[in-house]
Design a binder for this molecule. Structure first.
Ligand code: G1P
Length: 297
């Protein structure tokens, strides 16, 4: 029997410079998509996939994130007293059971690989998930759940993957494809942010990973790579070099890059349209905006 994936690492130490000045005092993971902070989408997806332990790799200036997952007894009492039971229920989805959430500081911004490596002692000798909360994936079955199901069949390490156009390959980890079996793609290599024209394929890694503990061991040895950072991609590539299985998983769903302004706005529109309370009115509004070419003055 394969060990179940019950732990997930959330690297949230980034400065969010692309959203300055907003992120000067608000961690980007707390930025709101309709009515929930970005991080809540990742947490909900993780829970749906059976994750029980949540490990945040944070940094200075991210205390708002820890506060968000803390119980707010004052707010709960106020909502109870005023009979706002629905809001009380909504609020409770943000509470994490004591002992299930851990915060680990990444003391130096040395890259994604280093951030994941910081969780090594909490992970131990188990397979684990990595979720990059910037990547929001809208799908019928949550992306990580799709991957956990596939992983139970294949073992090895598994990376969410999606085709990207040539001019975007240099923003991603790119897989070198050996063979394909439905959504599961066997990788024979992986390279971080290749220059356009040098990519082994157009299949890019998206921010959901299921990794074996061996990847953590590789991270002990990985040297600085693309951008002068310790890259998770390089530790995964090392797995392939050692002859171990690494798969890409072409997930079903639409991915939004909420680490960029354009992607964040697209996600906002998509999730607002799908929202029961807002959807109809918002659709009409958008149609008027387009028809009349309205802009903020
Ligand atoms: C990171 C990874 C990259 C991956 C991407 C997905 O890059 O290093 O391999 O393709 O996330 O969003 P970043 O976006 O942090 O530069």
């Amino acid at each position: 029997m394969r060990k179940k994936v019950t732990k997930a690492v959330f690297p949230v130490a980034g400065l969010g410079t692309r959203f300055l000045p907003a992120t000067k005092s608000v961690p980007k993971e707390i930025m709101t998509l309709v009515d929930r902070p970005l991080i809540q989408y990742a947490i909900d997806e993780a829970r749906a996939a059976g994750i029980e332990d949540f490990i945040f790799i944070t940094a200075r200036g991210k205390t708002a994130l820890a506060d968000y997952f803390d119980r707010s007894s004052e707010l709960e009492s106020a909502l109870k007293a005023s009979g706002k039971d629905h809001l009380l229920e909504v609020l409770k989805t943000t509470n994490m059971e004591s002992g299930t959430i851990a915060y680990m500081r990444q003391h130096k911004a040395l890259g994604l690989g280093h951030a994941v490596w910081c969780a090594r002692r909490l992970i131990g000798n188990e397979p684990f998930a990595v979720m990059l909360p910037d990547d929001i994936i809208a799908s019928e079955k949550p992306c990580l759940q799709q991957m956990v199901e596939a992983y139970e069949e294949t073992g090895g390490s598994m990376i969410a993957a999606m085709e990207v156009p040539d001019d975007k390959v240099s923003s991603y980890g790119i897989l070198d494809v050996e063979s394909e079996n439905g959504p599961v793609v066997k990788a024979k290599g992986m390279v971080e942010k290749p220059a356009k024209g040098t990519q082994p394929s157009n299949l890019a890694a998206i921010g959901r990973y299921i990794l074996t503990p061996k990847v953590l061991k590789n991270l002990d040895k990985v040297k600085k790579g693309a951008g002068g950072e310790i890259q998770l991609t390089d530790a995964i590539a090392m797995e392939i070099e050692k002859g171990r299985d690494v798969f890409g998983y072409k997930f079903e769903g639409r991915r939004y890059d909420c680490g960029s302004k354009a992607g964040y706005l697209q996600a906002t529109v998509a999730f607002a349209l799908q929202n029961e309370e807002l959807g109809g009115e918002f659709r009409e509004y958008l149609q008027s905006v387009v028809a009349n070419d309205w802009v903020a003055q």
